[in-house]
Design a binder for this molecule. Structure first.
Ligand SMILES: *Cc1c(COP(=O)(O)O)cnc(C)c1O
Length: 400
């Protein structure tokens, strides 16, 4: 999922316009900045691209989740439901805002299982965060329908799926808020950075004020508004250089996605010949951002057998069942309730354990993740690497 692959002159030119003024801060410095407002321009361009009405740039995808939760009023005592296959950032943000993460199973979309979501909603559920993992859609329409029925807002963690759509509509625009990450391995990158999008002006105002110490940017869009802060905030401001690079990367996003689709099709065809193979369910194949190819074998042993062949050729696939970053049973610090805080917060409060996570709590996800193999799809696919992967997949197909 690599925007760094196409990093070039365009990013440099954009950044130079910021260096020309010397103003790295996104607000104020009215005279010196000579009309250059890169972060604001990036937000406007991101709205035009996704079709969202409002966008709020922030420092990271993790910050975007936290700002979105804050804007929705989520905090201590609340539960937020997300899925057990995601990056740790999703539940870190939930814990950081003071709420308790509740995890659902994933289904063959490798994203939130709507049936399990229904079971996990309680009277304390204040938000639901489906994640569009590995560039592919969650069953977002179904999830939003369930959430609407219970009056619970949805935040779409779209960190891994910039440029992906469902029936033509951009992911991140289905829920109350969509969040994005532009860290160094995402489809488009600003080194570090994130974005929240929404169609709700009040939510945008909450996000805008919260992300900058409560300053009001609606009164004076270039500056930081009048006196009188409505509530306390924090600092999650994006800087001008990131906004500049984001503009250049966003202009390349659709090109990256179509290159990935073409590259993915080549590997998919080779994998399809493996006996018993099936592919991850994509609710809309045409809208896939194609950052990854995920395929399943009938069981864990068979997946291990196939991966042994691929590894022997030097092109082993990722098995997220074994991956420590993205899958629930592997988060030992979560299961152990480990925190720097001397009182044990956020796992303990008032000397009592608030929540315990059992690593065996998501058996359907474990069964699925253990038999799923994944390749990351490059934008610019090295031909030697491609030939090696295709040959290894063909060998696996022959020898099983
Ligand atoms: C990368 C990622 C994030 C966090 O983004 P950062 O910009 O690295 O903070 C959140 N959720 C998911 C699913 C991610 O992949």
């Amino acid at each position: 999922m690599p925007g760094f692959e196409v990093f070039g002159e365009e990013e440099k030119q954009q950044a130079l316009e910021v260096f020309a003024t010397g103003v790295l801060f996104r607000y104020e410095f009215g005279e010196q900045r000579q009309g250059v407002y890169k972060v604001r321009e990036f937000e406007e361009a991101f709205c035009r691209y996704t079709g969202a009405a409002h966008a709020q740039a922030v420092t990271s995808g993790t910050a975007a989740l936290k700002v979105a939760l804050a804007a929705l009023g989520v905090g201590a005592g609340d539960e937020v439901i997300t899925q057990g296959f995601t990056f740790v950032a999703t539940w870190e943000a939930i814990l950081d805002i003071g709420a308790i993460p509740v995890f659902t199973e994933v289904d063959k979309t490798l994203n939130m299982d709507p049936a399990d979501l229904e079971k996990k909603i309680t009277g304390r559920t204040r938000a639901i965060i489906p994640v569009h993992m590995l560039g592919g859609q969650a069953r977002i329409e179904e999830i939003v329908r369930i959430a609407d029925r219970h009056g619970i807002p949805v935040i779409e963690d779209t960190a891994q799926a910039a440029g992906a759509r469902l029936h033509g509509r951009h992911l991140g625009t289905f829920g109350a808020i969509g969040t994005f990450s532009f860290d160094s391995v995402k489809t488009m990158t600003t080194g570090e950075g994130g974005m929240c999008i929404t169609s709700d002006e009040d939510l945008w105002r909450n996000m805008s004020e919260y992300h900058d110490h409560g300053h009001d940017h609606a009164v004076n869009p270039g500056g930081r508004g009048g006196e009188g802060r409505r509530f306390i905030g924090f600092n999650y401001r994006m800087m001008e250089l990131q906004g500049a690079i984001g503009l250049a990367q966003l202009a390349k996003l659709d090109g990256m996605v179509s290159a990935q689709r073409a590259n993915k099709a080549i590997l998919r065809e080779a994998a399809a010949a493996i006996p018993g193979v099936s592919f991850r369910t994509l609710p809309d194949e045409a809208g896939d951002s194609a950052t990854f190819l995920a395929f399943m074998l009938p069981d864990r042993d068979r997946a291990a057998q196939v991966n042994a062949i691929l590894r022997k050729q030097g092109v082993g696939a990722i098995n997220f069942g074994e991956n420590t970053w993205h899958f629930y049973p592997r988060w030992e610090h979560l299961a152990g309730g480990r925190t720097l805080c001397h009182s044990g917060w956020p796992f303990q409060a008032h000397g009592k354990r608030r929540v315990v996570y059992d690593p065996a709590a998501l058996p359907a996800s474990a069964e699925l993740m253990n038999r799923t193999l994944v390749y990351q799809i490059p934008v610019r696919m090295d031909e030697a690497w491609r030939d090696r992967v295709v040959a290894a997949l063909e060998q696996a197909a022959r020898s099983l």
